[in-house]
Design a protein around this ligand. Structure first.
Ligand SMILES: NC(=O)c1ccc[n+]([C@@H]2O[C@H](COP(=O)([O-])OP(=O)(O)OC[C@H]3O[C@@H](n4cnc5c(N)ncnc54)[C@H](O)[C@@H]3O)[C@@H](O)[C@H]2O)c1
Length: 367
């Protein structure tokens, strides 16, 4: 019997290509057993594009899981289908690599998290930013208290998409299957901000708008979170910005340092400073190379899914939870639902939610 983990990928669209590239770089750990897409051509396109061999193709996810019994099921379908497919795969013996957002409501995401515990499965969330090596080093140091108390944090995600992007698939920008700029494009950043700040959100206040795109959900959203440790977090998420200049910036302010990291049109930006101005950039870049090596650092920067697959294989063999685990998936969706609920009601919303809220509950809100 092979000691490699067999993988079934369900959903052969844009993001599945990153999964295929990651698996092909981790041949010692994984073997791709099957691809499933209800549009069979999509699976064959991937097979041809990546030059794959001996990969079975399915159009029905239940049949694929039943026949292959994969060690890992990668769920890369539209977000509105994550809950049904991830639940079925876990019930049938599989660990999961689940794309973000985990599900479309607070109760569904809590249920997925609880199912993982019940069946003893690992879920690695597609929260890519946690897997950048420098980010992991910063998280460790902030958590150790090296920079003193965290006072506040801010994220700005201007990930412009035009109407052609939204028109490229019927599920994009809908309340039922996607959500808007906050739920789709900003959720990894919200997850990262909360992880770096080291405390769970306890209150959300938000406003959203649809400024330019022809979609149901928001193309612009602002939110403020209060965390249990008293820190405040400020969130801007937009897809109504220039599609040619994507940017995501994170700043965490502590008693003794300000730590900013970001991506501007594909270029990484780092501004890590002690109070008074002393730069810490080189210290972290040297540590990153020493602990992770040059080739892994470059490969994960180009494709963070490589880090997710590597970490999931370690997690399955050691029993340790993945870096972005089922709790991270649940908590970020719960926070998102609190943000949407606050935008809808105009009131502050306590977190975690005690009553279910689903993105589809936004359908009767006039944007
Ligand atoms: N982590 C990341 O960086 C990242 C990036 C992009 C997208 N995503 C997430 O990945 C998911 C997919 O996004 P995408 O951009 O690849 O979408 P996509 O529309 O390009 O691809 C989705 C694929 O799923 C297939 N599909 C639909 N229903 C199916 C079913 N019932 N069974 C099997 N296949 C089915 C479609 O035919 C399509 O080929 C979304 O949840 C999205 O939020 C994550």
């Amino acid at each position: 019997m092979s000691d490699k983990l067999s993988v079934l990928i369900i959903g052969c669209g844009r993001v599945s290509e990153k999964h295929i590239k990651a698996i092909s770089k981790l041949k010692d750990k994984y073997t791709l057993a099957g691809l499933c897409d209800n549009n069979e051509e999509a699976a064959h396109r991937i097979i041809k594009g990546a030059g794959l061999k001996d990969v079975k193709v399915f159009t029905d996810y239940k049949a694929a899981i039943d026949e292959l019994s994969p060690d890992v099921t990668a769920v890369t379908v539209p977000s509105g289908l994550h809950y049904a497919i991830a639940s079925y795969a876990m019930e049938h013996g599989s660990h999961i690599l689940l794309e973000k957002p985990m599900a479309m409501s607070s109760s569904q995401s809590r249920e997925i998290h609880e199912l993982a515990k019940k069946y003893g499965r690992k879920i690695a969330m597609g929260h890519i930013y946690r897997y950048l090596p420098v980010v992991g080093l910063l998280q460790e140091d902030i958590a150790k208290g090296i920079y003193g108390r965290v006072t506040h944090g801010t994220i700005c995600v201007r990930w412009g998409h035009d109407n052609d992007y939204y028109d490229s698939a019927a599920w994009r920008g809908t309340w039922k299957a996607d959500g808007g700029a906050l739920m789709n494009q900003t959720i990894h950043a919200i997850d990262l901000l909360i992880w770096l700040m080291g405390s769970e959100p306890c209150e959300a206040k938000a406003m959203i708008a649809r400024r330019l795109r022809s979609i149901e959900a928001e193309d612009l959203g602002f939110a403020v979170l209060k965390l249990e440790n008293g820190a405040l977090a400020n969130i801007e998420g937009a897809t109504c910005t220039d599609p040619a200049r994507h940017m995501a910036n994170f700043s965490i302010f502590c008693e003794k340092a300000s730590l900013s990291i970001g991506l501007n049109s594909g270029k990484p930006k780092l501004d890590l400073r002690l109070n008074g101005g002393k730069k810490l950039n080189n210290k972290y870049l040297r540590r990153q190379l020493k602990e992770y090596g040059l080739s892994y650092t470059i490969a994960t920067a180009l494709n963070p899914h490589l880090g997710i697959y590597k970490n999931l294989a370690e997690s399955i063999s050691t029993g340790k939870e993945p870096l972005a685990d089922s709790y991270a998936g649940y908590s970020s969706v719960d926070t998102l639902m609190g943000i949407y609920k606050s935008a809808k009601t105009g009131e502050a919303v306590a977190l975690p939610l005690t009553e279910d809220f689903a993105s589809v509950d936004m359908a009767d809100y006039e944007l």
